[in-house]
Design a protein around this ligand. Structure first.
Ligand code: SF4
Ligand code: SF4
Length: 359
């Protein structure tokens, strides 16, 4: 495995080379908000102190809005054209918990028997450069270490960047795709022994901070018997259904499909949506099986820690804490998880929904 050593100038040179060849997404400041977005100018690069921008990298692999196909209406409706093919892109500086979130999206959109070809095509041309963060104490609302994720975890990355104290960076090559990306930048010096030893120390210290105190197996078992729990009403009483928690969540992936038509031509478009909105479950008939905020609050938690985990073997939450930081009424996922953990064991009668109207 290769390790390259970069100083501030060579990091900028590397990014300039990459930006000349591919679309580079990275943490930037947009109107003062830390956002994972297209890097148009090297000067815009702004790694947040804890490595987690307010807006997650999700939008690079699952755009907020995307055309599925274009069509023309005629005697017989014809499909006109698919959207243009996905262009190669780099996600540069992704925190390990957001790398884990992309893994969740890969599992959902890659699932048989109906894998999402648009998503998968984009992922195939996406190179992920992870970002290690050595910050010793993370903000209270971030709980990825309780979920078993280290801030220096390089798993599932193509390249991994570790910032050292003296504005030196070590770039680790982890996959063939990462190697090919690096070749776009030409020759880079190999990391020296001191830098490598420092990376080793930082990684060990970060691993020691991982507590794994949130046991998702326990949560899943408890939740399987909490469909009728009064806890949901308590959460829903405060919730204003703004959907901010879901839109900022790096793993939430609900979408809506709309036709946008002008005259005889149009496009079918997929847009982000959220289970926190009443309209999300409204049928074409007008019937809505989930009319209460109570049911919507329950759905979000159940999907993350019960149904999603049961079906895919991976929790649909990484502990990034964005939902806690953004909620205007201070609904706190960590407090909810604690309540679930301390709840009574599931009873036989208090289980999964028995009719579609209970969802
Ligand atoms: S549910 Fe909250 S803490 Fe978990 S991944 Fe989503 S935003 Fe992050
Ligand atoms: S951010 Fe808070 S108020 Fe808004 S939908 Fe989520 S839980 Fe409800």
């Amino acid at each position: 495995m290769e390790h390259k050593q970069l100083d501030k100038a060579s990091l900028a040179a590397l990014l300039t080379s990459l930006m000349a060849e591919q679309t580079v997404f990275a943490p930037v400041l947009r109107d003062g908000v830390s956002t994972f977005d297209v890097l148009a100018d090297i000067g815009d690069l702004a790694f947040p102190a804890d490595g987690i921008p307010r807006v997650a990298p999700k939008q690079a692999v699952m755009p907020r809005t995307e055309v599925l196909f274009y069509y023309r209406l005629g005697k017989n409706t014809e499909k006109m054209a698919p959207p243009p093919p996905a262009e190669p892109q780099v996600l540069f500086g992704v925190h390990p918990c957001d790398v884990q979130a992309i893994k969740v999206l890969d599992a959902v959109f890659g699932a048989e028997p109906h894998p999402d070809e648009l998503y998968l095509a984009r992922r195939r041309v996406t190179t992920v450069v992870g970002l290690g963060v050595s910050q010793e104490s993370v903000p209270q609302h971030r709980f990825f270490e309780k979920m078993g994720i280290s801030s220096m975890d390089a798993r599932d990355c193509d390249l991994f960047l570790t910032p050292l104290a003296d504005e030196t960076y070590v770039l680790e090559v982890l996959t063939e795709q990462g190697q090919q990306l690096l070749e776009l930048a030409g020759e880079l010096p190999c990391a020296d022994a001191v830098a490598l030893a420092n990376v080793g120390k930082l990684r060990k210290a970060a691993e020691e901070r991982v507590t794994r105190e949130i046991d998702v197996d326990v949560l899943q078992e408890k939740l399987s018997g909490m469909f009728e729990s009064e806890m949901w009403a308590g959460i829903a009483d405060k919730c204003v259904g703004c959907g901010a928690c879901a839109y900022l969540c790096p793993t939430c992936h609900c979408f809506d499909i709309q036709d946008e038509r002008r005259g005889d031509t149009g496009s079918r478009v997929r847009n982000w949506d959220t289970c926190q909105f009443e309209e999300f479950t409204k049928h074409a008939s007008g019937h809505n099986p989930r009319t209460s905020q109570h049911g919507r609050a329950r759905q979000r938690i159940m999907h993350k820690f019960e149904y999603g985990y049961r079906n895919f073997g991976i929790p649909f939450c990484t502990g990034c804490g964005r939902c806690i930081g953004v909620c205007p009424v201070n609904n706190n996922l960590l407090t909810m998880l604690d309540g679930i953990r301390k709840s009574d064991p599931p009873s036989e009668s208090d289980g999964s929904p028995t009719s579609p109207d209970e969802l």
